[in-house]
Design a binder for this molecule. Structure first.
Ligand SMILES: Cc1ncc(COP(=O)(O)O)c(C=O)c1O
Length: 357
């Protein structure tokens, strides 16, 4: 394959305009270019970087009807010394491969994705924010583009990587959020797609999340689809609890996303000598721990927010206030450590960071 940069269709396409990084939201601004790879005649072909522009897609493209789609989400950080740093990109592309397999999408070589991403970021490097806490969000995704009505794996796909500058995921920033515990709707059942990063899981969540937003909550905590008893994960984060001397998160049983931030938290807390359990946890146990004082902290973990303190859960008409509604010690320590590794102000003993240059 030719180097990707030789295939840029329009390197003159620059529309960079400075954005106010203090008030950057999440997901509204796109950088100038995208990476594109096409699949047809049984091979991925023609890698290239193009101006960001609308797609031409047949109205009968299979992704529009049957949801054959996968995606990823990761970030690039500008460091004080000017270097641009990706956080655990190999893990995102490995998960992308697993998602592809589950959705019958031909996998893309992970090394190609990383090379392509680095080239794309270099071309759009002005778009990587300079403010601590802001970053360049990266969205690789694959859609089934074959024009066909009928459910089966497509034989044409488009793989795109788009990027854009983002600030804090929650309008609150690094401040405690309120979570509605969902006891009626379900996100994913055993044997389904819960552990896969695919649009279907998010489609399944929209209605319930909207109801929770209307009631004034930031997010939903999902319970297991069968009994609505065991804690699974939050809309776009894995969830952690600190009980006395134990850090607890739900196990990877197939219905939750195996978050890369989750793994980062598990690795760090184990290294710090804490007792860490990946185990089932019922909503009853959580409520009891809230009542008898065992529950010290709760926080979400995900690429978009990094670490998000939880100040309140609401379940069956009752509020459970965590840590007086404030930010817990471990929550703060994890946030500082992960942000520090990402921005290069703390050591990176696990080689989680890959420099773009
Ligand atoms: C449903 C869900 N769970 C958990 C996560 C956290 O995963 P990661 O830490 O890899 O971003 C995300 C975000 O991608 C998500 O959408």
């Amino acid at each position: 394959m030719e180097p990707i940069s030789k295939r840029i269709l329009s390197s003159e396409h620059r529309q960079f305009r400075p954005v106010d990084e203090q008030v950057l939201g999440f997901g509204d601004i796109n950088s100038d270019h995208l990476f594109r790879l096409d699949y047809y005649a049984e091979a991925w072909r023609n890698p290239r970087i193009e101006p960001f522009a609308p797609l031409i897609l047949s109205p009968s493209a299979m992704c529009l009807h049957y949801g054959q789609e996968i995606f990823e989400g990761l970030k690039c950080f500008r460091r004080d010394d000017g270097a641009l740093a990706l956080f655990r990109p190999q893990d995102n592309f490995a998960r992308f491969t697993r998602s592809a397999q589950r959705l019958c999408i031909p996998p893309v070589p992970e090394e190609l994705s990383l090379v392509a991403l680095k080239e794309l970021i270099l071309i759009d490097q002005e778009w990587v924010p300079r403010t601590r806490g802001a970053s360049l969000y990266i969205r690789p995704f694959i859609i089934a583009t074959e024009p066909h009505l009928g459910v089966r794996p497509a034989d044409e796909y488009v793989y795109l990587i788009i990027t854009g500058p983002v600030g804090a995921y929650y309008a609150e920033g690094f401040a405690p959020i309120s979570i509605y515990v969902e006891s009626h709707y379900s996100r994913a059942a055993a044997g389904g797609l819960g552990e896969v990063k695919t649009a279907a899981n998010y489609a399944a969540s929209i209605y319930a999340a909207e109801e929770a937003h209307r009631k004034g909550f930031n997010q939903i905590l999902w319970l297991d689809a069968s009994k609505h008893q065991y804690i699974e994960e939050v809309g776009s984060m894995n969830i952690f609890f600190v009980f006395d001397d134990e850090v607890v998160t739900s196990p990877l049983s197939g219905t939750i996303l195996p978050g890369i931030t989750r793994d980062t938290v598990l690795t760090l807390t184990r290294e710090w000598g804490l007792r860490v359990s990946e185990r089932v946890l019922s909503i009853d146990e959580l409520l009891a721990a809230g009542q008898n004082g065992r529950l010290q902290e709760a926080f979400g973990a995900g690429t978009a927010c990094v670490i998000s303190p939880v100040g309140r859960f609401h379940f069956a008409g009752r509020d459970l206030i965590v840590n007086g509604g404030g930010i817990g010690q471990l929550t703060q320590r994890l946030y500082d450590e992960i942000i520090g590794i990402q921005y290069g102000s703390r050591p990176d003993p696990y080689n989680w960071v890959t420099l773009v240059y």
